[in-house]
Design a protein around this ligand. Structure first.
Ligand SMILES: NC(=O)c1ccc[n+]([C@@H]2O[C@H](COP(=O)([O-])OP(=O)(O)OC[C@H]3O[C@@H](n4cnc5c(N)ncnc54)[C@H](OP(=O)(O)O)[C@@H]3O)[C@@H](O)[C@H]2O)c1
Length: 231
């Protein structure tokens, strides 16, 4: 399988890359901003099957030709895209400035959307796009102060998933969205110091890996809550 994972320099994305790379026949391309961490990750695997592109997706997707050339040098076709990169600036709504709102909206919604569009010609019948959302963006879930713009971006990504699954059903391209509950990562620690999530990144990554490989046999256009806690 040819697999692209965004946001894999740390946290859930990194663990998902490691989990998928444990299968020799998977070739993983990871994308994040921090080159040193991606380089370290690419050297850790037994089968030497993780390569990387170090880029800020919010920048490179504005005019994606250069980025697409880099992707093309690794993969001509893509079996799985995991849109995992995300950012949380945990602040009351009225304290967020324009740059912070823009950064969260771009990272959590615009860039995953633009990446799907940019890579579309490399998808084929059976390709699976997995968008990583949050319980904060899941319809009807509890809402929390300080997470309004983050949650709204994640909700938009979930909605986009449903729309694209319907629009490209005939082409046989599958789109699903996982709305994750709390996972112990740097993102969570920075926002909620002292809170202990019920899941480690590796545990969630195991599920995401399985879902990316098998979930399109069971689901299409679904937004699935993946949570045992509230939040
Ligand atoms: N942890 C939780 O409790 C939780 C709950 C629900 C949903 N989620 C979602 O799960 C995903 C992973 O979360 P996490 O907790 O593992 O977060 P994390 O540790 O902060 O990791 C986020 C990843 O996204 C990358 N990234 C951020 N902005 C980027 C950009 N502009 N271009 C390219 N890469 C970028 C970061 O790498 P660089 O800094 O190197 O670019 C990093 O690898 C996120 O979408 C998050 O919203 C997490």
């Amino acid at each position: 399988m040819n697999i692209i994972i965004t946001g894999a320099s740390r946290g859930i994305g990194r663990e998902t890359a490691i989990s998928l790379a444990a299968q020799r026949n998977n070739r993983i391309l990871v994308v994040s901003r921090t080159e040193s961490l991606l380089q370290k990750l690419s050297r850790e695997t037994e089968f030497n099957n993780i390569s990387y592109i170090a880029t800020d997706l919010n920048e490179s997707l504005r005019s994606p030709e250069g980025f697409l050339e880099q992707v093309d040098s690794h993969f001509k076709k893509i079996d799985i895209l995991i849109n995992n990169a995300g950012i949380l600036i945990y602040k009351p709504f009225t304290d967020l400035n324009y740059s912070e709102i823009r950064l969260m909206t771009e990272t959590n919604f615009m860039s995953p959307m633009l990446l799907i569009k940019a890579l579309f010609s490399s998808f084929h019948r059976g390709s699976h796009i997995v968008n990583i959302s949050s319980m904060g963006g899941f319809q009807g879930s509890s809402r929390y102060p300080g997470m309004s713009v983050y949650s709204a971006g994640k909700a938009a990504l979930a909605n986009l998933t449903e729309s694209l699954a319907s629009e490209y059903e005939k082409e046989g391209i599958f789109f699903n969205c996982l709305a994750l509950g709390a996972v112990q990562t740097e993102m969570l620690k920075e926002a909620f110091p002292g809170y202990r999530a019920p899941l480690k990144a590796g545990e969630m990554a195991g599920f995401i890996s399985w879902f990316a490989l098998e979930g399109n046999k069971l689901f299409n256009g679904k937004v699935l809550p993946v949570s045992v806690s509230n939040p």
